[in-house]
Ligand binder design. Structure first.
Ligand code: PMP
Ligand code: PLP
Length: 425
């Protein structure tokens, strides 16, 4: 893989911050090292002393004074070592990336901690996408992705999708306008990036099958583009075995995967991670060095302690509980939808995630209906248009989240929605 051809001029121009290099060095040195380097403030002057964090059904996390000093201090930009190593083991066990994993000898893969997967995504896009570039994605898609991509001035090419996600035959048709032999040539307009949400898509709830991923990956090889696998709902797949990921089939090193702890540990702590080819993750980290420096050390230590206390088994057991909750919420929403919306709307049951994507019958565009009339009826959903590349295109869909409301509230909300649709029809 020639990664240089994927980088924007800005990303290619990034150089390591000399002080950040010293921080990484210090992080890996024994405590006997006397460092007069770096510009770290003295944590004895900080007001916070220690912390005990109760964990539901488990051991409390104790940040005693020495640990608290570390938690309050700068740390390396890749993430704190004990959290990174835990995550690398997790990625190996879940995805077993064929590019050889993370060992220094064979090390083609790398990981870094990010302040939510959104930070990882935004930095990945800024690393890879220049003004005028063609970028492939399956819209409707996550509005945060559009917010990060659109200002870069790229040309977003919408690959048609259905309730199993992106349709490979349509992707093949779109790519058919180019000669794959041109991919490596400077100035080629062949897309160099494809973005997709492979499980429980936001907003569609769609999950891609293994076969579709294989076909998309083969097209990526043929036309030499990178795949950005934005998978925050990976751990919210309702059925086992979980679908194999793009990362798990990445023999070339062309997949950048963003994972998130937002849906399973905390959304407010802001923690996620990027996994991908070392030369690309390095560029993301150079950007982190120049912006946030690193994800909150306190957040990282808190999460790391929890994960080490749990071990991989405890982590997966926690995930099982989270899945059970969302599956039951999904089922409640589906039965309320059957009860109230059968004659006025259509939907596919989502196999992962937190969203039901509902097509309202006899309504061309849901924007006005939701933003004006729905509030009067005291029910709120997201009008589907905000997930389209061109948000003013009429869209008959709404997104309903089954994450926060009780089954009773969901039922009442759909009763109100049904009334609203009938009045508007
Ligand atoms: N500006 C200057 C002049 C600094 O010295 C530093 C920290 N060394 C920063 C900005 C970054 O500060 P923060 O840790 O709040 O990101
Ligand atoms: N990607 C998708 C598809 C999402 O739905 C979300 C959150 O809604 C994110 C990324 C951002 O997640 P995080 O909280 O990890 O930044």
């Amino acid at each position: 893989m020639n990664y240089a051809r994927f980088l924007t001029a800005v990303s290619a121009a990034r150089r390591p911050s000399p002080i950040r290099i010293l921080t990484e060095l210090q992080q890996r040195s024994p405590p006997s090292l006397i460092s007069l380097a770096g510009g770290a403030p003295n944590p004895n002057t900080f007001p916070f002393q220690s912390a005990t964090i109760k964990v539901k059904g488990g051991e409390a996390l104790v940040l005693d004074e020495p640990l608290m000093k570390r938690a309050l201090q700068y740390s390396g930009s890749y993430g704190i070592p004990e959290l990174l190593s835990w995550m690398k083991d997790l990625q190996k066990s879940l995805h077993n990336p064929p590019t050889a994993g993370f060992s220094p000898e064979r090390g083609q893969m790398e990981m870094c901690v990010t302040t939510g997967s959104q930070e990882g995504l935004c930095k990945i896009f800024e690393m890879l996408v220049s003004s005028g570039d063609n970028v492939l994605l399956d819209a409707p898609t996550y509005s945060g992705t559009l917010a990060a991509l659109q200002p870069l001035g790229c040309n977003l090419i919408n690959v048609p999708s259905d309730h199993h996600g992106m349709i490979p035959a349509d992707l093949r048709k779109i790519l058919g306008q180019w000669d794959p032999a041109e991919a490596q040539k400077p100035g080629s307009s062949i897309p160099r990036v494809l973005y997709t949400i492979p499980n429980g898509g936001n907003p569609t709830g769609a999950s891609m099958t293994h076969e579709r991923k294989q076909e998309v990956y083969e097209l990526a090889r043929k036309y030499d583009f990178l795949i950005i696998e934005d998978d925050p709902y990976y751990f919210l797949q309702f059925q086992k075995p979980w679908a194999p990921t793009f990362l798990s089939m990445d023999v070339d090193g062309r997949v950048l995967r963003t994972d998130s702890f937002s849906k399973i540990l905390s959304s407010g702590l802001r923690i996620g991670f990027v996994t991908g080819p070392k030369p690309l993750v390095e560029r993301v980290v150079l950007h982190i060095q120049a912006s946030t420096m690193h994800t909150s050390t306190f957040t990282q230590l808190m999460v790391s302690q929890l994960l080490h206390n749990w071990g991989p088994g405890g982590f997966l057991k926690h995930i099982d509980g989270v899945i059970d909750f969302y599956r039951s919420q999904r089922n409640s929403m589906l039965s309320s939808a059957d009860k109230w919306l059968k004659d006025v709307a259509e939907w596919h049951p989502p196999m992962a995630g937190m969203f039901l994507w509902i097509k309202l019958k006899g309504i061309k565009d849901t924007q006005q209906l939701i933003m004006e009339r729905a509030l009067e009826k005291e029910v709120l959903l997201v009008p589907g248009g905000v997930f389209n590349i061109n948000s003013s295109d009429p869209c008959p869909y709404v997104r309903a989240a089954f994450s926060l409301s009780t089954p009773q509230q969901i039922d009442e909300a759909f009763r109100r929605l049904a009334d609203l649709i009938k009045e508007a029809m």
